[in-house]
Design a protein around this ligand. Sequence first.
Ligand code: PEP
Ligand code: MG
Length: 817
Amino acid sequence: MIQLGLRNVGLNVEVSSKEEAIRKAGRLLAESEHIQSEYIESMMAREATANTFLGNGIAIPHGLPKDRDLILKTGISVVQIPHGVEWNPGERVHLVVGIAAKSDEHLQILTNLTHVLDDPATIDRLTRTNNPDEIIERLTRGSSSDSGGSEAEGDFDQFVDLPILGKAGLHARPATAFVNLAKSFESDVRVRYRDQVANGKSLMSLLKLGVEEGQTIRVMAQGADAAEALRSLQAAVEAGLEEEEEPAQTPLITLPALDLEGEAISGVSASPGIAIAPFYPYRRGRIQFSETADDPEQEVIRLRHAIDQARAELQRLYDDMRQRSGEAQAAIFAAHQELLDDPELLEATTAQIPPNHSAAWAWQRTYEDRAKSLAALKDAVLAGRAADVRDVGQRVLKYLADHVEAGSDLPDHPVILLADDLTPSDTAGFDPVQIQGFCTAAGGATSHTAIIARSLNIPAVVGAGEAILSLQEGTTGILDGNGGKLYPHPNEADLQRAQQAQTEQRALQDVEQQTRFAPALTTDGHRIEVVANIGSPEEAEQAVQAGGEGVGLLRTEFLFLGRDQAPSEAEQQQALQRMAQALNGLPLIVRTLDIGGDKAVPYLNLAKEENPFLGVRGIRLCFQQPDLFEAQLRAIYEAAKTGYLRIMFPMIATLEDLRAAKTIAESVRNTVNGPPVEIGMMVEVPSAVLLADQFAREVDFFSIGTNDLTQYLLAMDRGHPALAKQADGLHPTVLRAIAHTVEAAKAAGKWVGVCGGVASESLGAMILSGLGVAELSVSIPSIPTVKAALRRQSFAQMQRLARRALQCATAAEVRSL
Ligand code: PEP
Ligand code: MG
C-alpha cells in the first residue's frame, strides 16, 4: 500500500496558474525525498503531450516515462486548491494529485480516485476540509474497505432473507433497481446466495450470483444506516424490484407458423411476423488496438474518458428510444449505463493496466471475462445478459481503439438482415421499413435485442447457427418469425404461400393500423383528438404516418441533446418549419425548453441541484437564461409565419410564472412581427391543478403532464428505483386532479389535453376521455391502438368508467376496472 504522509499534503493553497499548481505538487514530492527536483521539469513537459485532467475537479500531473530514474521512491502529493485553478479551457481543478511512480503501487490510489470521481459530495468535502487526514484516508483506503470494491467476502451480522419473486430471477432490471437503492445508503451491502457473496452495490457482482425465480437471497448490511438500508431493500424486493412485464407490443393474435416445402434453417422465434426480402449480411466494424502502452496513468485517464463518452452516448440512445417506443423499451439503456458505473469493472480493469498494458486491452479482457461467466449461468435470461455486457464493453472499447474498421452500412432498401449476433444498440438503430426481418446465428429469445425487435415490430429469428452467415447476399428468402425458421431457397410455390400468409397476417394484425387514419369517434359520436409526442423533425412525419392528428407535445429539449452546443436560432427555426410542413396544417404544440430534472444538457453548465426535480427546471431555467429562451421564442414565432404552431410552457407553478412567460413571448412576437399564437401551459405541478380556475382565464389550453404531476402529487421521484413503480399515473389522486382541472377549464371555455404516459395506454385513454379530456398526446407507436380502443366504446361507457375510477382507493383498483 502506498504511503501518503502529512508532509505531502498542501491544504488551502492559492495558485494563479496550472504551472504553479504542478510545481507545488512537485515540490512536495521533492521535499519529502520522493523525487529529484529535476523531475518537476519532467512533470511540466508531460503536460505538453498528455492530458492529466481526470475529471470532476481532479488532475494527476506526473512526469515523462523516460525520466523514471529521477524518482527516488514511489509516492504521491496532494495540493488542495479550494478556489480552483483552470487546467484546460472550461476545466477547473481543486485537487492536484502529483504522482511519482517507480512501480505500480500508486495504481490503488488511482482506483480510489476513480471512485471519488463519481461522488461529488466526497470531492466537495476533500476540497474544503482542513483536516489532511481526511484526504489521506480517502485516497489510500484499501479496496477491501471500499464499499465500491469488488467481490465481497464475508457475511455481516445484520441481514434479512428474501425470496426473489420476479419471473426471470435477479436479472438486469431488478438487479439495477437493487444496486441503485443500495448505493443510496452509506452502509456496505452484501448479498449471499447459496455459497457466494456479492457486493450489493455492484451490478456485475449481483448478476454473477445467477439468482433464479423463487430462490431466497440473504441481504446483509453493515454501517451507520444498516437497519434502514435493510428495511428499504426488503420493501423494494417485496414490491418486485421494478420487475415489469414486457409491454404488450406483440400482436394479440397468435400467428401460425408457415409450413413450406423448401429446406429450412431452424432457430428460435424472437419476434413474430413474416418477411420476404433479399438477404443482407451485416458485419460490425472490427476494433483494433495495441495491447501495450508505457504510461499506466495516461491509460487510466483514457479509460475514464472513454467511459464518460460511452455514458453520454447511452444517454442519447435512452432518450431516443424513450421517445420512439416508450420508457419500458428504453430501460435497457439505463441498465447499460448502470453497468458502466459498476465499480468492479473499473477496478478490475485498472488493476490489469500495469506495468505496460493498454487500457483497451485491460478493458476488453475484463468485460469479456464477465460476459463469459454470465454466459455460463444456467438461467437463460441471465446468460442472455452476456450480450449486454459485450455491447457496453464494445461501446467503450471503440473510444479506446487505435482504429475502428468500417462495418457494413445499414441497408437503404428492404432486406432480411443476417448477422452473427446483434447487440441491443444495433437493433435500436434499425429502420423497420428497410429491415423487414433479421436472423442471427447466435442469441436467445429473451435477449434485449429480441425485446427491441418486438417493440419495433420487426420479425426475427435468433440462434439459427453459423450456416446463415454463408448465405448469398441478394438472394430472396423467407423469414418466418412465428415458426422460428429461415427458408434460404424458397421455390415459387413457397413464395406465393408466404406472400399470401403475410397478407392475411398483416390484415389480421393491422386492423388497427389500417384504420389509423380514421378519427377516434366513439360509438355514440363523441370525438377525441389523438396526437403525438415527438422529439425530432423526422418524428413529425412518422406521427402523421401513424395516424396522428397533429403533435400535442414537441419536447424541444431533444433538439438540444447529444451535441456540444445549443442549436442556433436559424437551425431551430428550420427544424420547426420542417415539422410544421410535415404536419401539413395539423397543429404542432411546441413546448418551450424543459431542461433540468432528469434532462441534463452538459454545455449549458448548469449548477448541480440538490433536488433537480424541485430546482431550476423548465420555465424557471428559461427565466434564468433569457438569451436561450428568447432565441427559442424568436424561432417559434418565425416558424409560425408559415405553419400552424401553438406554444406551451412547462413547469408552470405560479401565476407569476405564467404571466412572466407570456410577457416575454409577447415582446419577442412584437420584435419579429410574428402572428398571434395560441398559448397553453403544462399542468404538471400540484399548484397549477389547485389554481386551475385562475390559470384557465389566462391561457388558451391546458395539457396535463401526468408523468410529473404523479411524481409531485405522490412525492415519488419518477425515476426512483424503489418508488417509480408505485408512481402510477392512474392513481385515483392523479385522476381526481385531472377531473378538477377539466372542470375548471370547462368553466372558462378552454380545452384540456393529456400528454403524459398514461394517455398512451388503452385503459388510460378511455378513463381520460371519460373525464372530459379532449386531446390525447401519445407515443407514436401507440396512436393506432389508442384510436382503435376509443372507437370500440361509447362516450357514455367511458364516462361511467371514469366515474368508477374516481371512486377507487388505489391505483391497483383502477387498473382492475
Ligand atoms: C409529463 O410530465 O407528463 C410530460 C409529458 O413531460 P415530460 O415527460 O417531458 O416531463
Ligand atoms: Mg413534465
